[in-house]
Design a binder for this molecule. Structure first.
Ligand SMILES: [Zn+2]
Length: 158
């Protein structure tokens, strides 16, 4: 999860919402990703998607059957779908996402045994630092917006 946090920090540096993910196989990281939605202007450029794509390329297979995925925020429906379709065995996530998470918050797609494949899921792994990254990011963003507003107002007053 530390490696996933490092990925999230890379996103924060480039003003992306700080979410990071890694895929691990046999104790080795085979895929890394961080959120690149703004940079790429792609709604699908989530950390998990990028990490899974890299992992599949590395092993030369769409099947990640014995792999673990670590992600700093609870996966959304799209990423849960990708996790399911690539048959990731275990998913560990940091912070819950009460507004978009489908690994326990809104739904539990990953452990729904009506699907052909389901994963073992563990939540709250380093949940505090994972969540804090997001809290800090959004606080800073609000601060920047506030200052921009102030600047705009003073330039209008002149
Ligand atoms: Zn996602």
């Amino acid at each position: 999860m530390q490696a996933a946090i490092q990925e999230a920090q890379k996103a924060a540096v480039i003003r992306e919402v700080p979410i990071g993910a890694v895929v691990v196989l046999d104790g080795e990281i085979i895929g890394r990703g961080h959120n690149l939605r703004e940079t790429n202007q792609q709604s699908t450029a989530h950390a998990e998607m990028i990490a899974i794509q890299e992992a599949c390329a590395k092993v030369g297979s769409w099947r990640l059957e014995r792999a673990q995925l670590f992600v700093t925020l609870e996966p959304c429906p799209m990423c849960s779908g990708a996790i399911m379709l690539s048959r990731v065995e275990e998913v560990y996530f940091g912070a819950y996402d009460p507004k978009g998470g489908t690994a326990g918050s809104l739904l539990n797609l990953l452990e729904d045994q009506r699907f052909n494949h389901w994963s073992y899921v563990e939540a709250g792994i380093l949940g505090e630092p994972c969540g804090q990254l997001l809290t800090d990011f959004f606080r800073e963003l609000r601060q920047i917006k506030k200052e921009q507003k102030k600047l705009k107002k003073t330039s209008q007053d002149e």
